[in-house]
Design a protein around this ligand. Structure first.
Ligand code: PMV
Length: 321
């Protein structure tokens, strides 16, 4: 009986922003994330007697266009392991589009795990992380729980994630603030490429990430949540400075994104524990603790129009059910 593979989404505290190898999805720098407990993907893979993969998402079989990225990924997996089999993939996404998280991290981590499970490949979690990275960079981190570091590496074998602390006893809560008027945005792949090629600040980004990773790891070890918040916020805003300084310049921010950044700063000035982090979209994730999260939630929903919020805690690595 093939078990279901469940993988959770993660939020980067030190962002991955730029590839040095498009094909292998090798990042320019290391990155560091926190796996969350709320949003996940459940996937099962079955070998089928066919020369074409069948892919379904949320009980609907996807056509070639909708499943293009997954099909390409399955070809990569067959190449990597010298496999000839085709698969029936059934995925159920528990990452509501409205929650403001991309499902690619949990999706490709669960898919990598399900192939390992169905073929009994016996891959280690490091190998699973490599396999997941080939689908989506951030997926390599969702193999593990808690705080995770993705080592940039310089080849397929050397670019993988590793846990820093899978079950940290630390008071952090993530509040995802979703702006309802979603603007059509630039994909992270295109955004990264433009930033690497044209932002005059890109060389500084690599230097900054190297030092912020060291600092945040120290703060994690010392359970210094203020330091974690400060570094994560600075890192996220520095990543967005790369988009504004690209040629042509672009931004993922909507007007409400800036309003929320300012609201969080205001809350902080009043002694409330709150810091922002933002991915390749307009939504803002607020790093809170158990003491501040309700107050932050009330303040944001009262002061910013048309937003919804989701609370998440620290989550686990991939599970077989
Ligand atoms: O893995 P991708 O291609 O979806 O890129 C993720 C990029 C960011 O979310 C902005 C940062 C990160 O490290 O997750």
């Amino acid at each position: 009986m093939t078990r279901i593979t469940r993988a959770y989404t993660n939020i980067a505290l030190i962002k991955y922003w730029g590839k040095k190898d498009q094909q292998l999805k090798l990042p320019q720098t290391n990155s560091l994330s926190l796996t969350l407990d709320k949003f996940y993907t459940d996937t099962t893979a079955k070998v089928i007697d066919s020369d074409k993969d069948i892919i379904s998402l949320n009980d609907t079989i996807l056509d070639d266009k909708a499943s293009g990225r997954t099909r390409k990924y399955l070809d990569t997996v067959r190449n990597m392991y010298g496999l000839a089999q085709h698969f029936q993939i059934e995925s159920v996404n528990h990452v509501p589009i409205s929650a403001g998280f991309a499902s690619s991290a949990s999706g490709f981590a669960a898919l990598a795990g399900s192939i390992n499970e169905c073929l009994d490949l016996g891959l280690t979690r490091k190998e699973l992380s490599i396999l997941a990275r080939n689908g989506s960079g951030s997926a390599s981190r969702s193999i593990f729980g808690g705080f995770v570091e993705w080592h940039a590496g310089h080849s397929n074998e050397t670019s993988f994630s590793e846990p820093i602390d899978e079950d940290p006893d630390i008071d952090l809560v993530l509040l995802s603030v979703v702006i309802s008027e979603q603007k059509k945005s630039i994909s992270s792949t295109i955004g990264m490429e433009l930033s690497v090629k044209t932002s005059p600040f890109y060389p500084n980004w690599s230097t900054l990430v190297a030092s912020e990773i060291q600092e945040i790891k120290q703060a994690i070890a010392q359970k210094d949540i203020t330091k974690i918040g400060e570094i994560a916020e600075h890192n996220a805003l520095s990543m967005h400075a790369l988009t504004l300084s690209a040629q042509p310049p672009f931004t993922y921010f909507a007007p409400e994104t800036v309003e929320i950044i300012q609201a969080v700063k205001h809350l902080r000035q009043q002694g409330v524990f709150a810091y922002v982090t933002i991915d390749a979209g307009p939504n803002v994730k607020i790093i809170c603790n158990n003491n501040s999260v309700n107050h932050v939630n009330d303040y944001i929903t009262q002061h910013i129009k048309n937003v919804s919020t989701f609370e998440a805690h620290i989550g686990k690595g991939i599970q077989y059910i």
